[in-house]
Write a protein that binds this ligand. Structure first.
Ligand code: NAD
Length: 360
């Protein structure tokens, strides 16, 4: 029997509640697919700080590195805001995990389930069936480039400086991820940059073009200026399959696209490195306003686990099955954040029940 080592890091706030539902889905998959999950559970964020004085311990990090996939809940909460040193904040645990695992590729699907198409800010016909995958570079670009800072100007006044910087190798490794993903999907990559006004954009375009010609000519490649991409995302979002972009543009474009799909409680993400385990987590935070009430939507966490099945555990069929079950469950049951007239209002466990019932 195949055994997959999975590390679960529920984290703070609603994390433990939504992760309990992930565990139930894992149990169903073990029975249905004849695999075994060797699960270890650790602390990250504020809860780790409370117990160990640090948001991610060396032990937990080592265990995470030794696993096949890491599924995280969420970190943070007002009880730690401004009360700890910067490197002891709950988010510092997550940043350390990303950095130590060299997770340079952030995958964010923007999927609109048919049942939720009316919850979008766009008309149903523009978003029903929407399925875009953003491949965002996560480890470079203007958020990290040097020089940076705020300086006094000699003649008075101040200047704020950040540097957009990408090497050819950084561009090639993220472009490769996008082309590989497109091969598993609908075979189309839009590469978004600003080659018209930025040298880093020009290099991006040149390197993506070269890699495409050398290794991925079976995939269709379109170059698109990032500002036009923003416009097209609200004009005709269904034209896209995979959108490849840098750290800054990816931040903005994927957030805009996320909102086309309805609720924050629905959105999963994956961060991949060049060999070690991937990190899978909901896009949302720890929702302190509803934590402990049993009403959080567990779907983003469950869909994050589905991404782990697909991208780290080579169980694409099981991932399809989980995603289809989520879609079907939404026809009857809804948590408060996505509830509408005519549907049964359920809590976190109730939503898990509906998904498991659909799985059979
Ligand atoms: P948030 O995503 O936690 O919540 C925003 C709103 O969405 C809240 O009203 C919340 O109740 C709702 N919401 C979020 N997830 C939901 C779910 N699964 N089901 C139902 N409703 C849901 O964002 P915030 O309030 O700005 O941040 C709260 C804390 O989370 C902060 O400490 C922040 O730093 C942290 N945070 C962590 C992550 C992460 O762990 N990756 C990401 C963002 C924010």
């Amino acid at each position: 029997m195949t055994t997959h080592k999975v590390m679960l890091l529920p984290g703070d706030g609603i994390g433990p509640e939504i992760m309990a539902e992930v565990r139930r889905v894992m149990g169903w998959i073990e029975g249905a697919y004849g695999v075994s999950f060797d699960v270890s559970e650790g602390l990250i964020g504020g809860c780790s700080y409370e117990k160990f004085g640090h948001p991610l311990t060396d032990d937990t990090l080592a265990q995470a590195k030794a696993s096949d996939a890491i599924v995280m809940g969420c970190v943070g909460g007002p009880q730690w805001d401004g009360k700890t040193d910067y490197d002891k904040r709950p988010e510092a645990g997550l940043l350390r995990l990303r950095k130590d695992l060299d997770l340079f590729a952030n995958l964010r699907p923007a999927m609109c389930f048919d049942a939720l198409a009316d919850a979008s800010s766009l008309k149903r016909e523009y978003v029903a069936g929407l399925d875009i995958l953003f491949v965002r570079e996560l480890a470079g670009g203007v958020y990290f480039g040097e020089p940076r800072g705020i300086e006094d100007l000699p003649g008075g006044g101040r200047v704020g400086i950040n540097t957009q910087r990408y090497t050819d190798q950084e561009i090639i490794r993220i472009a490769r991820v996008a082309f590989e993903m497109a091969r598993k999907r609908n075979g189309l990559v839009h590469s978004a940059e600003k080659a018209n006004v930025m040298e880093s954009g020009l290099l991006w375009r040149e390197e993506v073009t070269k890699l495409h010609a050398a290794e991925y000519s079976d995939v269709k490649l379109e170059h698109i200026l990032a500002d036009n991409c923003a416009m097209q995302l609200v004009k005709n979002p269904k034209q896209f399959d995979v959108i490849l972009t840098d750290n800054l543009f990816g931040d903005l474009l994927s957030d805009a696209a996320a909102m086309l799909t309805g609720s924050l409680g629905m959105l999963p993400s994956a961060s991949l490195g060049s060999g070690g385990p991937g990190l899978y987590e909901p896009v949302h935070g720890s929702a302190p306003d509803i934590a402990g009430q049993g009403i959080a939507n567990p779907i983003a966490a469950i869909l994050s686990f589905a991404m782990a099945l697909r991208y780290s555990l080579d169980m694409g069929d099981a991932a399809d099955k989980v995603e289809a079950a989520v879609s079907k469950a939404l026809d009857s049951a809804r948590t408060g954040d996505i509830w509408a007239d005519g549907f049964e209002k359920v809590g976190t466990t109730g939503m898990g029940d509906a998904i498991l019932k659909t799985l059979g």
